[in-house]
Design a protein around this ligand. Sequence first.
Ligand SMILES: [Zn+2]
Length: 88
Amino acid sequence: MLRLLGISEPDLERQLLRRSVTELSADRHACADCGRTPLVGERYHRYARGKVVCELCRPRHADAPQTTDVVRHSERGHAVRLRVRPAA
Ligand SMILES: [Zn+2]
């Protein structure tokens, strides 16, 4: 099948890997100062114009951030929850 499309198996593997890495990095916050992605449980600070700064770079900024949040795990909100069934 791959031969019919003109794609070798290693090329297909590289293309799939590139696509998955790009999708993984699309939703992450990166520090505007150092470029590091804050770890799960670490606080990050949001400044004007959506600028995100990690906890390590925060002391470099004299002004107070607009918001401070904690980095959540990617599975947050996707866990199975018990639901209360309405009385019939
Ligand atoms: Zn930083």
